[in-house]
Design a protein around this ligand. Structure first.
Ligand SMILES: [Fe+2]
Length: 303
């Protein structure tokens, strides 16, 4: 009979705020799942960073006798309230309050990004060790991004959870939870890659209003996110190679199937190239985006 006692210990840990160092599991997948279920953001960030350290220093078992379970919602605090994307409060860079709302929105993305990286570790089995090293490093770096923004919020009289947010990132995790190839294509190479396009412009705007502290945080995030998307590219290409699929065509087919071909430019070519997008892929994206614009314009004309 299957011994459930270690699992029960795991859930006891996950259910509340026992210090992260007490994660009992010696198994990578159990440990990642445990971190994924932690509800307190600071405890989750700390546990994710600790998990990466443990993997690098002592290693963890890769026994995957227990299959991954669907995670409809990872551990998260009661707030922020999750709302439709159109109902997320607007933010502006021109006022301190607007910048706090902006920082809150980015903190929410980073909190989700911790969960997405942990889920990439937990869910997809039988990948090479380097895959787990890469995604645990991402989880650890996303944790530090969240902590920087959380400190900024607190220094400016706010906290993570003060404003509403949307659940788009985790919804994409659920849509892609059965296939690592699809996950690598659509989460790092679509959703996170969009951040590469827009962040440089945000940094310019923040510097223009002398919001240098927040601009500096975004500069760190931007550089590290390029590495995260590059990791997505690495493992997307690996999966394509394993299955004998052409990466360029496969990526476009997935965009058409799952994103209805809707991609938004303009694209930051330098950042995306550093993140592993080929010249041909950049041309494909530009064509897809232009077609979208033509469609949008036609729709506007008809309206
Ligand atoms: Fe991040």
């Amino acid at each position: 009979m299957h011994d459930k006692s270690p699992q029960r210990g795991l859930f006891l840990y996950c259910a509340d705020k026992i210090p992260p160092m007490s994660v009992p599991a010696e198994n990578l997948f159990d440990s990642a799942y445990c971190c994924l279920l932690i509800t307190d953001p600071l405890a989750k960030a700390s546990a994710a960073a600790d998990l990466y350290k443990r993997w690098m220093q002592t290693g963890l078992s890769l026994d995957s006798s227990s299959m991954p379970v669907r995670t409809d919602q990872p551990g998260r605090p009661d707030r922020p309230e999750l709302v439709h994307p159109r109902k997320v409060p607007k933010r502006s860079f021109n006022s301190p309050q607007g910048r706090v709302r902006f920082a809150h929105a980015v903190a929410h993305i980073e909190f989700n990004a911790i969960n997405l990286a942990l889920d990439a570790v937990y869910r997809f089995r039988n990948m090479p060790d380097d895959y787990y090293t890469d995604w645990l490093r991402v989880a650890s770096e996303e944790s530090s991004h969240f902590l920087m923004l959380n400190s900024y919020l607190e220094e400016n009289g706010s906290y993570y959870g003060e404003f509403s947010a949307h659940n788009g990132l985790w919804e994409m995790a659920l849509k892609t939870d059965t296939d690592v190839l699809v996950r690598m294509a659509l989460v790092p190479r679509v959703l996170e890659a969009r951040g590469l396009d827009v962040t440089p412009g945000m940094i310019v705007k923040l510097k223009a209003v002398a919001a240098n502290e927040l601009a500096a945080i975004l500069e760190v995030i931007h550089q590290e996110e390029i590495g995260h998307v590059l990791i997505g590219t690495r493992w997307f290409n690996y999966c394509c190679e394993q299955r004998g699929l052409p990466p360029r065509q496969t990526f476009m087919e997935l965009l058409k199937k799952h994103m209805k071909g809707s991609v938004h430019g303009p694209f930051d070519e330098l950042s995306r190239t550093r993140a592993g997008f080929t010249r041909e892929e950049m041309l494909d994206l530009a064509n897809l985006s232009n077609n979208r614009n033509i469609l949008d314009n036609n729709e506007n004309t008809i309206a």
